[in-house]
Write a protein that binds this ligand. Structure first.
Ligand code: 13P
Ligand code: SF4
Length: 321
């Protein structure tokens, strides 16, 4: 019997010291690595800037780098490209999407919007460039309340795509928003029952939660905020134990900033790793290195969409000062 010897697929060689190789590529490319708190710890450690969605957009708007390496998900890298059409924007894994962004398809949203012709659209940044292009103002979890509060009271508003953040903004502002019914697979996985059990085990712990969580979970929270807000709160609070109800990647920074405090990630419904964002976690240090070495995968988009999506992002940046 003959065995056909097929050529072995070529693989890019990975250096032993990935940290040093990435630092070298940063210099060669004049690149900046922007990372979200939900990335693996090693990616967080090599980032030039680490932050929440607003901080990352603000950095992308002001950087002098020629290349932006975005260690986050597609809508974040896309936002960086919208702000920087002439820069090379790399995403280590192009498959790193977002269930929340996917829950708002452009055609269905256009039809929804058409039902409310007198409404303006405030969209959470966790959406595609096409949805941004149909929006009047973008917001993030750290400025959504502030932005809605700046819109005249008589102006009706559609809020998309996250129904949970939308509900939270309604409670905080007293406004009646028309909500698109999207949600995040990570934040809807936390169970109220497991949270109560954990609180009984750790009665002195403070529960800190992201507003993308469902209302039955949020009602137990001592503090609700964006990832950056949760990080800051955990540093300044007098409590020494926290139950963290968001993607557990943030715990790396919480623990670094307050080594003597204890951070307990809230479990998903089935004690699975489903409280980790499967999209965010597609990025690895190896893929980040290869993206820089090969100058791809690159974020691109139609110029017409980019120009239309830029306006509501710029409004957000102006309204966040
Ligand atoms: P923030 O970065 O605004 O905290 O939002 C978290 C998130 O889900 C990002 O996808
Ligand atoms: Fe999207 Fe949720 Fe993952 Fe954030 S945590 S990127 S909202 S799926």
């Amino acid at each position: 019997m003959f065995t056909t010897l097929l050529p072995r697929p070529t693989t890019d060689s990975i250096p032993d010291d990935l940290f040093a190789a990435i630092e070298q590529l940063k210099k060669e490319l004049n690149a900046i690595v922007l990372a979200h708190y939900y990335q693996d710890s090693d990616i967080q450690d090599i980032a030039d800037y680490l932050g929440d969605s607003l901080g990352l957009a603000q950095q992308a708007a002001t950087t002098n780098a020629d290349v932006i390496v975005f260690a986050g998900v597609h809508f974040m890298a896309e936002t960086a490209k919208i702000l920087n059409p002439d820069k090379l924007v790399l995403l280590p894994d192009l498959e790193a999407g977002c269930s929340l962004a996917d829950s708002c398809p452009p055609e269905a949203f256009a039809a929804f919007k058409a039902q409310y012709p007198d409404h303006i659209v405030v969209s959470y940044i966790n959406c595609s460039a096409e949805i941004k292009a149909m929006s009047d103002i973008i917001c993030t979890s750290s400025n959504a309340v502030k932005i809605v509060n700046q819109i005249p009271a008589e102006q009706p508003i559609i809020f998309a795509p996250d129904r949970n953040l939308g509900r939270y903004v309604m409670e905080q502002t007293g406004r009646d928003l028309v909500l698109w019914q999207g949600s995040c697979i990570v934040h809807e996985t936390f169970s109220e029952k497991k949270l109560i059990e954990l609180k009984i085990e750790h009665p002195k712990a403070e529960i800190i939660a992201h507003p993308e969580c469902e209302p039955p979970v949020l009602r137990h929270a001592d503090y609700i905020g964006s990832t950056t807000a949760l990080l800051h709160y955990s540093q300044k609070s007098a409590a020494d134990t926290f139950i963290v109800v968001t993607e557990p990647g943030i715990v790396h920074q919480m623990q670094k900033a307050a080594p003597n405090k204890r951070f307990i990630p809230a479990p998903g419904t089935n004690n699975c790793a489903c409280n980790e964002c499967p999209h965010m976690r597609l990025n690895t240090l190896e893929k980040l290195y290869l993206a820089m070495k090969n100058r791809q995968p690159e974020i691109t988009m139609a110029e017409e969409i980019r120009v239309a999506a830029l306006k509501p992002i710029q409004r957000m940046l102006e309204m966040s000062i």
